[in-house]
Design a protein around this ligand. Structure first.
Ligand SMILES: [Ca+2]
Length: 544
C-alpha cells in the first residue's frame, strides 16, 4: 500500500574523499550513486564534521557534537560534553520519527556509544530504532567485525557464515528491512539509516572487485588530481576560477615514487583496494534502490547519500600497539576466522585486501581523494569536511541532475528529514527538555538554489572554523586563524587574514560565543584531561 508520508533512506559512508565517486569526478565506478545524482540533486558545498563519532552524533540529532556528549570519540573518560555517549539533552531522528508514525531501521556502524559490548541507553534500539543490525565500534575487519550486534545481542557469530563480508551484510540487511516493511507494515512510512564502514581502513575487498581497478590508477596521484579537477569543473560542481591545491608537501611526486618498483606495485594496489571498497558499497546501494522499486516505494522515498568526513591520511598502526588495536580499542582481530595471524601495518611487501592484512592507503592517495582541497579527516579545512551530498526524490525533485551550491552541514540533515516528514522538532522528549535544533531544512533548496543562512561553526580537537556567507575563518591547531573568500578561492590558497583584521576579529568573536554556548573545551585542557585518563592518544588526536 502506498503511504502518504515519504520514506527516508539515509546512507552514510566512512572516510571517503570529496571526489572519489563517479558523479563527483572520481575514477571509482559508482553507477548506482550516479543514477541517483542524474535523477536527483548534487550539493557542491555540503559539510560534515571531520570525524566519525562527532559527525554521526551531529547528523542524528541536529545539534553540534559537543552538545550531544560526543565531543571527540566514544571513550567514556572525557569530561562533560565529551563523555562519548549521546546524552539526554538530545533526541535522534528515529526517536522523533518513531513517535510520529514511522517505522525505523538501521543497518551498519553506530559509533556514538562508549559501551561496546553491553547495551545501554545510547545503543540504537534505545535511541529510536525498531530494528538494528551492525557494529557499535567505529572500525574493524570487514570479514570478522568486532561488536557485530543484532538488536541488543552480540551477533559476531554471523560473520562465520560462508562468504560473509560486512559491506554486503549491511546492504543485505537494508534490503531485507525494506522487503519486510512492505509485507508487514506497508501502511506506515519508514526511516532507514544505512551506515557503511567502507572505505574506512583496513583495506579489505573482494579480489574480483579489486581486479576491476588494476591499472586504473597507474597514471599516479599527480596526473589523477589534475584529471579530477577537470571533471569537477566540466560537471559544474566546482568553479573555473578555483585552483588546484599543490600536492601534499609531505608526499613525493609520482614520477619519483613510482621509481621504486616494490613501492609502486604496493601503493597502486592500496588505491585499487580502496576503490573496490567503494565499488562494493555502490553495488549494495543498487540492491537497495532495486528493493525500493520492487516494493513500489522509490518515487515516494527520499534517498540521501553523504560521507562522515574527508579522506583519511592515517597510517597503520599510527602511535598505537597491535595489542591496543585488538584488545583496548577493539577495532581489529589478531587472527583470521581460520586462525591465521593478521599482519598489521603498511608493509610494502604485503598486498592489502585479504582477511589476514590490516593496512591503509596513506597520505598521497588521501590527497587525491580530496581533490582539489587541502588536508584530511581531523581538520576543518575543505579537505576535512567537504562531502558529496546526493538527494534523490522523484515525487518532489523536478530539477533532475541539478547542482545546488547553497552551503549546508550536518545539523541540517535532521531539520531536512523532519521537514520532509512534516514533523516538528520537539522542545522536549519523553518528559525531558532537549536543546533547540541547530540545523536548517534544505527542503527549500531542493526547489531553488541559494538563500541566506545563519553562520556555520565547527570544532574538532582544537581545529576550528566559522563560515559566514562567502567568508570562512579556519584554524589548524595550534596555528592562528586563516581567512578565505570561498567565492573566489574555495581551495583555500589565499589567506586574507592579514588584509582584513577587523573581519577576523568579528568572526573569531562569533566563533568564541558559539564555542562557549555549545560547550567546546579548549584543546590544551582536553589533552591534559584525556591523557590523565590513559586514553590512547593517536586515535583521538591528530597533529601535523
Ligand atoms: Ca569516518
Amino acid at each position: 500500500m502506498k503511504t502518504a508520508k515519504p520514506n527516508v533512506v539515509l546512507i552514510l559512508n566512512d572516510d571517503m574523499g570529496f571526489s572519489d565517486i563517479g558523479c563527483y569526478g572520481g575514477e571509482v565506478e559508482t553507477p548506482h550513486l550516479d543514477r541517483l545524482a542524474a535523477n536527483g540533486l548534487r550539493f557542491s558545498q555540503f559539510y560534515n564534521t571531520a570525524r566519525c563519532s562527532p559527525s554521526r552524533a551531529s547528523m542524528l540529532t541536529g545539534l553540534h557534537p559537543h552538545q550531544t556528549g560526543v565531543g571527540i570519540l566514544t571513550y567514556d573518560s572525557g569530561p562533560e560534553g565529551y563523555a562519548g555517549n549521546l546524552n539526554q539533552r538530545c533526541v535522534t531522528i528515529p526517536q522523533v520519527l518513531k513517535a510520529n508514525g514511522y517505522r525505523t531501521y538501521m543497518s551498519g556502524k553506530w559509533h556514538v556509544a562508549s559501551s561496546l559490548t553491553k547495551p545501554t541507553d545510547t545503543w540504537p534500539l534505545q535511541r529510536g530504532f525498531d530494528e538494528f543490525f551492525g557494529t557499535i565500534i567505529g572500525a574493524g575487519s570487514f570479514y570478522d567485525p568486532n561488536t557485530l550486534t543484532r538488536g541488543n545481542a552480540n551477533a559476531e557469530h554471523e560473520a562465520r557464515a560462508e562468504g560473509f563480508f560486512y559491506t554486503d551484510a549491511i546492504s543485505d540487511q537494508a534490503v531485507a528491512y525494506i522487503d519486510q516493511h512492505a509485507s508487514k507494515h506497508g501502511d506506515q512510512p519508514f526511516f532507514e539509516y544505512v551506515a557503511y564502514t567502507a572505505p574506512h581502513w583496513p583495506l579489505h575487498a573482494h579480489e574480483a572487485d579489486i581486479a576491476k581497478y588494476k591499472g586504473r590508477f597507474d597514471a599516479g596521484w599527480d596526473a589523477l588530481r589534475e584529471a579530477r579537477l577537470e571533471k569537477l569543473l566540466a560537471s559544474g560542481i566546482l568553479k573555473d576560477s578555483w585552483k588546484l591545491t599543490e600536492r601534499d608537501p609531505s608526499q613525493p611526486p609520482w614520477t619519483q615514487a613510482q621509481a621504486d618498483e616494490q613501492f609502486r606495485a604496493w601503493t597502486l594496489r592500496c588505491m585499487e583496494v580502496y576503490a573496490a571498497q567503494i565499488d562494493r558499497m555502490d553495488q549494495g546501494i543498487g540492491r537497495i534502490i532495486a528493493a525500493l522499486e520492487r516494493t513500489g516505494q522509490l518515487d515516494n522515498t527520499v534517498v540521501i547519500f553523504l560521507a562522515d568526513n574527508g579522506a583519511c591520511a592515517e597510517d597503520i598502526p599510527e602511535g598505537v600497539t597491535i595489542d591496543e588495536l585488538v584488545n583496548k580499542l577493539m577495532i581489529a582481530r589478531s587472527t583470521t576466522r581460520s586462525g591465521e595471524p593478521v599482519h598489521f601495518g603498511n608493509d610494502t611487501g604485503r598486498m592489502p585486501g585479504p582477511e589476514n592484512t590490516y593496512q591503509s592507503y596513506g597520505t598521497a592517495w588521501a590527497n587525491l581523494s580530496n581533490t582539489p582541497f587541502r588536508l584530511y579527516k581531523h581538520w576543518i579545512h575543505e579537505g576535512g569536511i567537504s562531502t558529496p551530498l546526493i538527494v534523490h526524490w522523484p515525487n518532489r525533485i523536478t530539477d533532475k541532475g541539478g547542482i545546488r551550491h547553497a552551503p549546508g552541514y550536518l545539523p541540517d540533515i535532521m531539520a531536512t528529514v523532519l521537514d520532509i516528514a512534516g514533523t516538528p522538532y520537539p522542545s522536549s522528549f519523553e518528559g525531558r527538555a532537549v536543546d533547540p535544533l541547530e540545523g536548517r531544512s534544505l527542503l527549500p533548496v531542493f526547489g531553488q538554489d541559494g538563500g541566506a543562512r545563519p553562520p556555520m561553526f565547527w570544532e574538532h580537537e582544537g581545529n576550528a572554523a566559522v563560515r559566514i556567507g562567502q567568508w570562512k575563518l579556519v584554524k589548524r591547531y595550534p596555528l592562528d586563524w586563516e581567512l578565505y573568500d570561498l567565492e573566489a578561492d574555495r581551495t583555500e590558497l589565499n589567506d586574507l587574514a592579514a588584509k582584513h583584521p577587523a573581519k577576523v576579529a568579528d568572526m573569531a568573536a562569533q566563533y568564541d560565543a558559539w564555542a562557549a554556548r555549545c560547550g567546546v573545551i579548549a584543546r590544551d585542557r582536553i589533552v591534559a584531561l584525556m591523557s590523565s585518563q590513559g586514553v590512547t592518544r593517536a586515535f583521538w588526536e591528530k597533529d601535523e
